[in-house]
Design a protein around this ligand. Structure first.
Ligand SMILES: NC(=O)c1ccc[n+]([C@@H]2O[C@H](COP(=O)([O-])OP(=O)(O)OC[C@H]3O[C@@H](n4cnc5c(N)ncnc54)[C@H](OP(=O)(O)O)[C@@H]3O)[C@@H](O)[C@H]2O)c1
Length: 252
């Protein structure tokens, strides 16, 4: 891969305020992409933007709740005004509520499904026309190992992540003739705010490390490198794929 192979391209990254989204944004920016950093937390988005600036990366922050159709429409309009057409969309924004299905309120269910699944639909629908205009595009959907298994207390999360995997395959088929590749990344357990409740509980942390053959947490920058590869020429024939990066958790 040529070091600056994304020069001239613009990437929209949802959930760029921290964790995996921040790592993917900085990885794409490091290869020359301009960045639309999307999220809700102003201070954290400013932090990501400062990190981008320190690396010589051009970026702009856009406040948007991916659950809201009107906010996504405004995002598309604002990003277009700032950058013109975009080429890469990383659907990363996500959340979790950990409780048994029988204990879920409808609001909690909707929080998870609206963020993790409907948000992917809304952002994809908004930016697909940009990529069709170029006859080139990459949509990277962040799903999870939880798309492949069931897990106690993760009913809504597993359902949304399997849904994102299915949506990835459908969009890949619908868009392949427009030069747009739609690919999923399925992370295992990575050290981010989302997993802090597990990492901060010594018993849960030890159990999780014992259950992960690699014996460690994933580092966000490892997902950043995968996203970068997925935007490279080497990944041109990868469409509808699901990239597992989990320290062999699923292999057991
Ligand atoms: N960490 C893991 O082990 C792991 C494993 C598998 C999959 N994943 C997936 O990877 C993605 C990123 O997770 P992470 O670990 O980096 O989590 P995180 O540190 O909690 O970050 C979540 C990101 O999503 C954004 N977000 C949440 N709800 C949003 C909304 N309604 N509108 C806009 N942005 C929203 C947050 O931004 P604001 O707070 O600024 O809104 C934040 O930037 C998620 O889809 C998650 O399911 C993570």
């Amino acid at each position: 891969m040529n070091g600056k192979f994304l020069e001239g391209k613009t990437a929209v990254v949802t959930g760029a305020s921290r964790g995996l989204g921040r790592a993917m944004a900085l990885a794409l920016g490091g290869a020359g992409a301009k960045l639309a950093l999307v999220g809700r937390a102003k201070d954290k988005l400013a932090e990501t933007q400062a990190m981008a600036k320190a690396g010589g990366i051009e970026s702009e922050v856009f406040y948007c709740d991916v659950r809201e159709e009107e906010q996504i429409a405004a995002l598309e309009s604002d990003v277009s005004k700032r950058f013109g057409n975009i080429h890469i969309l990383v659907n990363n924004a996500g959340t979790a509520v950990r409780k048994d299905v029988a204990d879920f309120s409808l609001d909690e269910w909707r929080l998870v499904t609206d963020t993790n699944l409907t948000g992917v639909f809304l952002a994809s629908r908004a930016f697909i026309p940009h990529m069709k205009a170029h006859q080139w595009g990459r949509i990277i959907n962040i799903t999870s190992i939880m798309a492949r298994v069931g897990s106690v207390g993760r009913g809504a999360y597993c359902a949304t992540k399997s849904g994102v995997l299915a949506l990835t395959k459908c969009m890949a088929l619908e868009l392949v003739s427009d030069g747009i590749n739609v690919v999923a990344i399925s992370p295992g357990f990575y050290a981010t705010d989302l997993t802090a409740p597990l990492r901060n509980d010594p018993e849960k942390n030890a159990a999780l490390l014992a259950a992960t053959p690699a014996g460690r947490w994933g580092e966000p920058k490892e997902i950043g490198e995968i996203a970068l590869f997925l935007c490279s020429d080497g990944a041109s024939f990868m469409n509808g794929s699901d990239i597992l990066s989990d320290g062999a958790w699923v292999a057991q």
